[in-house]
Design a protein around this ligand. Structure first.
Ligand code: PLP
Length: 750
């Protein structure tokens, strides 16, 4: 099928009496036919991205765009009286939690766009990330039954199913292939678990609660399940093409492990070679060392996975035995290098907490990478210091990126057209051409203001429909949208809003440009304090939005069920990107990059990729505040006393709203607990573990400075445009080229 035939068949579709869902399925199926009819040749050498999460979002518009038929489809549907936006009723496939899963989706998009053979392996969860509802200000979780709309973008490959064996059951892994369209068509293969009721549970939920032993076992099964299915298949494919010459496996295959979740694939790989094909252990390990690479995504200790040895022994006895063997082998090697006892303990695979997936990855992986410059430095100097001493050559940095196809072309057609008119359309295929915009900043400031105003209008209309909150057209938009976590410090923004609100009421803040603060965030269901912060923000929104003295100047909205599709709208319509994590704790961030590309200035700390964003777009075009990594480590050494910051009446008043009866927590005592966590410390953490009170004052000042600067519309628009013009570095096309050249050694020559 070619585009012309697609158009003809689309015209023939009878839309009468058809619901949105069946129309969606019909058009999607037609587009699949178009896309798959031109699937390119297989490549000799391929890279594989193993990831527990792929946060794809809506496929419909993106795939039509990649196939070059989005405009035609929109026009033909319009002739039939249908607005193409009706398919927004079809909810996102949310097979991921946040940044890590969205990165995986951006990477696949960029690789296909560049013609690079990179394929994904993951799990086809029946239920993705929960849908968030808000009741009385509290988060409620509802199951995300995304398949109820059908799944027209996947193909079930019945005859490529495999068996994954656990000590107590065997599970059928059935692949579902989602094509990734672009310059070449790659595949995201998601495994679905079938068999007994127990077996099916493995692919039922993304992140089952793992606070019980049962939950932990299920999580381990998930990780092993997709890892084993993936490497088992790759080894079989290799044998079909190249015989049992496993020495050549790394010549044809590169495997990237997205965080520690798929690290057991290393052990499964060695198990298959040694047990099924009689390769000796040392040779198998050497082959693995040339095949696997590992990306670290976080320095938070609670996220570094360790598997309890008894659990592993019980459900995966062969894997257990190999883990012990590899542990001893590493120990032996390191001992011969005169490693100290402490160093050995630090790098051990078998630790007192169980099997350390990170240490296993550090030992075997060909390369280890962090996801922003600062983060990689922290890995080398801090978290993985000892491993860096013994394996310095493994460490690399690969600063994250985002795909400009979804995050600019698709979500901001208006800005894209302005770019086309200003610098030509070359940036659409070669994103580095965005840099040309630097020569036109002053000339198009006014047009940019108009584009931003239009995107805000669309956003406010959508927010009105979904959340019922009115935001007047000309408001300045500050946005903080991301997972809810204490280190991301949504709480600090909440306090800052209260200070501004009280300042407006008592007249100490004057000439304030009318502004709205938009939050979007899901909290992990079991993360009580994060849920309390959501409630707190909703309480603030309720009071602020109803206060007639100030609500012509200040509004607060917490949008419900933040996801990729909501992100597309919020990001295009924002002026200011709030990226305020405690320095050293946000590995990279990718939300910050999406905002930058859409012309929002960053108001942020010197953390993660913010540092590089500011480097590229200029310090003078962004707003940096707060403690640096060095400041924080000094504070920790010298002793940090948050209480003294409460002595300032402005901060004191804002923070004490948690306990002085200003707000209601529904009798749960959770606001008091939150207050205690800041002032006296709670559950193993010190008081104000994330330095909220330390940075609060400089944060409020930065927000007010922005507010003042915004009044000069054109000069503010110039700052915003400087961000757009220098955002090419943050395209995942750049990131993927680096992975392709420096780790995977793949190219688009096939
Ligand atoms: C980009 C994105 C994220 C990651 O945001 P950060 O600000 O980098 O944490 C999370 N969720 C969704 C839906 C996204 O699109």
């Amino acid at each position: 099928m070619d585009k012309k035939q697609f158009t003809e068949r689309l015209k023939k579709i009878d839309v009468k009496n058809k619901g949105v869902i069946s129309l969606y399925n019909e058009i999607s199926a037609l587009a699949m036919e178009l896309g798959l009819s031109s699937a390119g040749k297989a490549s000799e050498r391929n890279a594989y991205y193993l990831s527990m999460e792929f946060l794809i979002g809506r496929s419909f518009y993106n795939n039509l765009m990649e196939l070059g038929v989005l405009e035609q489809t929109s026009e033909i549907l319009a002739e039939k009286g249908i607005d193409i936006n009706v398919f927004e009723e079809i909810e996102d496939a949310a097979l991921g939690n946040g940044g890590l899963g969205r990165l995986a989706a951006c990477f696949l998009d960029s690789a296909a766009g560049l013609g690079l053979p990179l394929h994904g392996y993951g799990i086809r969860y029946k239920y993705g990330l929960f849908k968030q509802a808000i009741k009385n200000g509290f988060q409620i979780e509802l199951p995300d039954d995304w398949q109820r709309f059908g799944d027209p973008w996947s193909v079930r490959r019945e005859n490529e199913k495999r068996t994954v064996i656990f000590a107590d059951m065997s599970v059928t892994a059935v692949p579902y292939d989602m094509p990734v369209f672009g310059k070449r068509t790659n595949v995201l293969r998601l495994w679905q678990a079938e068999g007994s009721a127990e077996a099916q549970k493995i692919s039922e939920y993304l992140y089952p609660a793992d606070d019980t032993e049962e939950g932990k076992i299920l999580r381990l099964r998930q990780e092993y399940f997709f890892s084993a299915a993936a490497v088992g298949e790759l080894i079989e494919k290799h044998i079909k093409k190249h015989g049992r010459n496993f020495e050549s496996f790394p010549q044809y295959n590169a495997i990237q492990l997205n965080d520690t979740h798929p690290v057991l694939s290393i052990i499964e790989f060695i198990r298959l070679l040694t047990a099924d094909y009689k390769v000796n252990f040392s040779d198998a390990l050497e082959i693995a060392k040339k095949t696997f690479s590992y990306t670290n995504h976080t320095v938070l200790p609670e996220a570094l996975e360790c598997w309890n040895a008894d659990i592993v022994k019980k459900i995966l006895p062969d894997i257990y035995a190999l883990l012990i063997k590899i542990h001893l082998k590493q120990k032996d090697e390191l001992t011969r290098l005169n490693c100290t006892r402490e160093e050995l303990a630090d790098m051990a695979i078998y630790t007192s907490n169980g099997f350390s997936m990170a240490n296993l990855a550090l030992y075997v992986a060909k390369t280890v990478n962090g996801v922003a410059k600062l983060h990689t430095e922290i890995l080398k100097q801090n978290l993985f210091k000892t491993a860096y001493k013994y394996y310095p050559g493994k460490f690399q940095n690969k600063t994250n990126g985002i795909t400009q196809r979804r995050w600019l072309m698709l979500c901001n057609g208006e800005l894209s057209v302005l770019l086309d008119e200003t610098i030509g359309t070359g940036w659409r295929s070669d994103v580095s051409e965005l840099g040309k915009l630097n020569g036109y900043i002053g000339q198009i400031a006014e047009e940019f203001v108009a584009v931003k105003a239009e995107k805000k209008k669309q956003l406010f209309k959508y927010i009105k429909q979904r959340e019922g909150v009115d935001i007047p057209d000309n408001f300045l938009v500050y946005s903080q949208v991301k997972r809810l976590h204490e280190y991301k410090r949504q709480l600090m923004t909440a306090f800052a809003i209260l200070e501004i609100y009280y300042g407006l009421k008592d007249g100490t803040i004057k000439n304030f440009a009318p502004s709205v603060f938009i939050f979007g965030a899901k909290s992990a269901p079991a993360y009580k304090r994060a849920k309390t912060i959501i409630k707190f923000i909703n309480e603030i929104a309720a009071i602020v939005n109803e206060d007639e003295q100030t609500n012509g100047l200040l509004k607060v909205v917490f949008v419900c069920n933040y996801n990729v599709s909501y992100a597309e709208k919020i990001i295009a319509g924002s002026d200011v990107s709030l990226q305020v994590s405690t320095a050293g704790l946000e590995a990279s961030g990718t939300g910050n990059m999406k905002f930058m590309m859409n012309g929002a200035v960053t108001c942020g700390t010197m953390d993660g990729a913010n540092i590089e964003i500011v480097e590229y777009a200029g310090l003078e075009n962004n707003y940096v505040f707060g403690a640096t990594v060095e400041d924080i480590s000094k504070l920790k050494k010298e002793g940090y006393e948050p209480l003294k910051y409460l002595a300032d009446p402005k901060h004191g008043k804002a923070v004490k709203t948690l306990i002085d009866g200003t707000f209601e927590d529904g009798g749960t005592g959770s606001f008091k607990e939150l207050y205690d966590s800041l002032t006296v410390g709670a559950s193993w953490h010190k008081a104000d573990n994330y330095f909220v009170l330390y940075d609060l004052e400089s944060y409020v000042n930065a927000l007010l400075k922005i507010n003042g600067d915004y009044k000069d519309k054109n000069s503010f628009a110039e700052k915003q445009l400087k961000n757009v013009a220098n955002s090419a570095y943050f395209s995942s096309d750049r990131t993927i080229k680096e992975y392709a050249d420096e780790i995977w050694e793949i190219s688009d020559a096939f």
